[in-house]
Design a protein around this ligand. Structure first.
Ligand code: CAA
Ligand code: NAD
Length: 284
């Protein structure tokens, strides 16, 4: 089916990046959040990214303006009435997501595909909150969205084949590489990545090494572009904790128990780069 209008829900680090790549690919985009200031913050991130591309000579000023003109701000979910595709990127919490999908199911036309950028939550359960489970799918972008090539596409139990094919083709139009997986906790990306990050946190918790040493070892020894603790701060420690909780609960296996130090930092409001403090201090 043909997709022209995309609504992105949640204008945080992922939603703003998703809106940017959709507008760059020529789609008309509505960027939605709970408050106008949150949407404007997201649009500010997009402007900054596009300005950098102009400075580097990859984009000219008029292309930048035309990309920005394709993005409209929204604080009313009723705007879903014009969307062919909704991509949800709000906080990694099942209650918040199911509540949102129930409302989207009411406002969006029958043909609209409802996609979630969830990192780990079951697509099948999110789909069950709607009356269109065959049109619900996981469209998992990686952070930072404008840079990372992968979109992990997750089929829920009832996702229709034509919906999968549409999302695969939209992902390619966004210049991304889609990879198909089935619906199990953490999918593939976070089933493998997040236990590594959690283990790095345990190593610090147990006093085996400092965060700097852990990161240096993984960068220089394994050629990772970022050490696991820098990456955890970059992803957001709240998101890391939610993902570990989903793995722990979903598999019922204690090998996925979140490190107490991760819980402690999240309780303290140390959420990583976005809050100014995590394993490192970002001087905000
Ligand atoms: N937004 C947009 N563009 C960004 C960016 C951002 N936040 N950060 C960096 N970039 C761009 C830069 O502009 C630069 O572009 P050009 O080369 O075209 O000029 C390019 O990325 C490289 O940036 P830098 O030279 O400044 O820095 P770097 O070489 O260290 O690369 C990085 C930065 C790409 C983020 C790299 O460190 C990296 O790949 N880190 C690992 C990222 C990763 O693992 N992501 C997945 C996280 S897990 C996930 O997303 C799933 C989940 O559910 C949690
Ligand atoms: P974030 O905290 O940066 O942004 C979340 C945004 O959602 C905020 O602007 C918040 O105001 C908004 N929001 C919350 N509830 C809302 C609601 N009911 N209606 C509308 N907006 C609402 O988080 P993020 O890092 O962008 O993560 C968003 C989603 O993407 C999560 O599901 C996360 O697991 C997933 N994800 C994150 C990463 C990452 O590296 N951070 C990577 C891939 C996927």
């Amino acid at each position: 089916m043909s997709i022209q209008n995309i609504m992105v829900i949640g204008a945080g680090q992922m939603g703003s990046g998703i809106a940017q790549v959709c507008a760059q690919a020529g789609y008309s985009v509505v960027l939605h959040d709970m408050q106008e200031e949150f949407v404007q913050k997201g649009i500010g991130i997009i402007q900054k990214n596009l300005n950098r591309s102009v400075e580097k000579g990859r984009l000219d000023e008029s292309e930048k303006e035309s990309i920005l003109s394709r993005i409209t701000a929204s604080v009313s979910l009723e705007n879903a009435s014009n969307a062919d595709l909704v991509i949800e990127a709000v906080v990694e919490n099942m209650d918040v997501k199911t509540q949102l999908f129930k409302m989207l199911d009411q406002y969006a036309p029958a043909h609209t595909i409802l996609a979630s950028n969830t990192s780990s939550l079951p697509i099948t359960e999110i789909a069950a909150a709607t009356n269109r489970p065959e049109k619900v799918i996981g469209m998992h972008f990686m952070n930072p969205v404008p840079v990372m090539k992968l979109v992990e596409i997750i089929r829920g139990l009832q996702t229709a084949d034509d919906v999968y094919e549409t999302i695969e083709s939209v992902s390619k139009k966004l210049q991304k590489v889609p990879v198909e997986v089935n619906d199990f906790p953490g999918f593939i990306s976070n089933r493998i990545l997040m236990p590594m990050i959690n283990e790095a946190i345990f190593a610090v918790y147990e006093g085996v090494a400092t965060p700097e040493a852990v990161d240096e070892i993984m960068k220089l020894g394994m050629n990772h572009p970022m050490g696991p603790l820098t990456l955890a701060d970059f992803i957001g420690l709240d998101t890391c904790l939610y993902i570990m909780e989903t793995l722990h609960e979903g598999f019922g296996d204690d090998k996925y128990r979140p490190c107490p130090l991760l819980r402690k930092y999240v309780k303290a409001g140390w959420l990583g780069k976005k809050s100014g403090r995590g394993f490192y201090n970002y001087g905000v």
